[in-house]
Design a protein around this ligand. Structure first.
Ligand code: F6P
Length: 543
């Protein structure tokens, strides 16, 4: 690794950045979006891209040809094309942790070659995929059975963060049309308070339940506490020495740690340090998805993502969907001053998508120092939030329509109504298109309370249908969008040191709460923490 250059000038002092700043000032006094549409009947054709079963429409973003030209100049100045190739070929781009970020290798075809430390990682990936295929078939066909010889009917994923959100989002999204027809039900336990376990376990039978303990590190307190509770639940019911071996498997990048915990070696599905937790659902972390939907569907998900990887690698910047998504995000945030990004799927089954993207985007881009260690003087990752669009209309859209602050929106609309009643689904489509239009055109009114300023930007991702393939495309688009933004902002999207401090303090506090803390250690805490602890202890004594 080369020496970090903390004093390297920031991107904000570069020519391309400053020209964009100048351009944004000029744009402020220019025509609103509605006029741009009126004046250019080709605006949609010029600012939308169809890629297989997915259409990306960014014509309702506040960009002109000149804006795009300048954003492309910024991307080239930041060597984005070179960085994309480095990412895909396994260069050590995660500089703070000294490793590659190769989630794309997880969806590479078997004959691809990606060499890391002299080894073709694609061979390892396909070996584990084969292990998964064999296991998934055995469980789904009833060859793998529980301790009393009954078939597995329920799979419980125990994990948190990247080891929970991806599998949960995908299983929920593909339940209609896919999962609902399958013999296996899935459940997710993630909360550290044990509430999920308390909700879910009593409804299941230990004889027919398989637990997938998903954890990259296999040290996460939340997951280990839940896994221990599940093991205890099983032990109480089974009193059988082979029960853990028949009912627990693990997906992890630290197989030894899983074995020490008690998962037999043959039940461990490994992955690698170069897979970031929030980029890991394509690895063995996807085992729950594969058990639920079957390996073919899991493969189709990977193929959808692979189609985007190829597009990301080969399409010119101007026609490259994740590049455009990333650059438009930078434009909205750094030059038009919008503080967030809203994700609005118009499909009830995509209800977990915004949670998934919150981790992907905010854990990746929530950084204030460059890869070189310099402190940024510009905004980085936006605040991401969202929810099912048609429900959100009745909740937070008011702010987006008339508030003083608003954020650009991504509408995600499948054309086919998976799981919905076809006629009723037309209401969903109408509402989605109505909202993006309303945000764009606004409404004049003499009554200031009824005035809609309009000119509020959005993009639409229109999917032919919600299938494993299109869903794989959508997720990979966002992964690469994040990467594009990290290159512009010169930050590392693959580490997450910010999450450690809270974990460390929680460990100390927990020692106190269970009576194992060092005497007097409380005294080092601030008066608020001390006061809260005292009240909690008092309350504990009263009960
Ligand atoms: O605390 C944050 C985090 O480390 C995430 O990055 C990760 O996805 C999650 O916790 C779970 O980690 P693991 O898969 O190692 O249990």
């Amino acid at each position: 690794m080369s020496e970090p250059q903390r004093n390297k000038p920031l991107v904000s002092s570069s020519e391309a950045w400053q020209q964009l700043q100048q351009h944004a000032t000029e744009m402020a006094s220019q025509k609103p979006l509605s006029v741009l549409f009126e004046q250019n009947p080709e605006r949609f054709q010029q600012h939308s891209i169809q890629l297989g079963s997915l259409l990306f429409d960014y014509s309702k973003q506040r960009v002109t040809t000149e804006t795009l030209k300048q954003l492309m100049a910024l991307a080239r100045q930041q060597q984005l094309p070179e960085k994309i190739q480095q990412l895909l070929q396994g260069a050590s781009l995660n500089q703070t942790e000294g490793r590659a970020a190769l989630h794309t290798a997880l969806r590479s075809p078997a004959d691809a070659k990606i060499i890391v430390d002299g080894r073709n990682v694609v061979t390892d990936v396909h070996q584990v995929r084969q292990q998964m295929t064999t296991f998934v078939e055995r469980v789904r066909e009833g060859v793998w059975r529980g301790f009393t010889g009954k078939r597995i009917t329920d799979v419980v994923n125990i994990g948190v963060g990247g080891s929970d959100l991806g599998p949960k989002m995908i299983c929920r999204a593909l339940r209609p049309g896919y999962g609902e027809k399958e013999p296996i039900r899935v459940h997710f336990i993630s909360s550290i308070d044990g509430a999920h376990a308390a909700d879910i376990l009593p409804r299941l039978s230990p004889e027919t339940t398989l637990f997938v303990v998903s954890s990259k590190t296999f040290t996460t307190t939340d997951t280990l506490a839940n896994a221990a509770a599940a093991r205890e639940w099983l032990a109480q019911a089974s009193q059988h020495p082979r029960a853990v071996a028949q009912h627990f498997v693990a997906a992890t990048a630290d197989p030894q740690q899983a074995e020490r915990w008690g998962v037999p070696q043959e039940n461990v599905f490994p992955f690698w340090e170069w897979v970031g937790g929030r980029y890991s659902m394509w690895s063995s972390i996807g085992l729950t998805i594969a058990l639920y939907l079957g390996m073919e569907r899991f493969d189709a998900l990977l193929q959808g993502a692979q189609q985007i990887d190829q597009h990301f690698s080969e399409a010119p910047l101007e026609q490259n969907i994740p590049v455009l998504m990333g650059l438009i995000g930078v434009w909205n945030s750094n030059f038009l001053g919008m503080p967030g990004q809203v994700v609005l799927p118009y499909a009830a089954h995509l209800s977990h998508l915004s949670n998934y993207l919150e981790q992907l985007e905010m854990e990746s881009l929530g950084k204030s120092v460059t890869q070189q260690g310099g402190v940024v003087d510009y905004d980085t990752g936006p605040i991401i939030w969202g929810g099912v669009g048609s429900n959100a209309q009745h909740a937070f859209y008011q702010l987006l329509h008339q508030g003083t602050r608003f954020a650009p929106m991504d509408f995600i609309l499948p054309i086919d109504p998976a799981g919905a009643e076809a006629e009723q689904y037309q209401l969903t489509i109408a509402n989605c298109l109505a909202q993006s239009r309303a945000f764009m055109v606004g409404q004049q009114s003499e009554d200031p309370h009824r005035l809609h300023p309009g000119n509020r930007p959005s993009s639409t991702l229109l999917l032919d249908a919600l299938t494993p393939h299109t869903l794989g495309m959508v997720v990979a688009l966002y992964e690469h969008k994040v990467f594009v933004q990290s290159v512009i902002w010169e930050i590392n999207p693959f580490d997450q040191f910010g999450v450690e401090l809270g974990k460390k303090i929680a460990t100390q506090l927990h020692q106190h709460l269970i009576g194992e803390g060092e005497a007097g250690e409380y005294d080092g805490y601030d008066s608020s923490t001390r006061g809260l602890l005292q009240r909690i202890e008092q309350r504990g004594k009263q009960r």
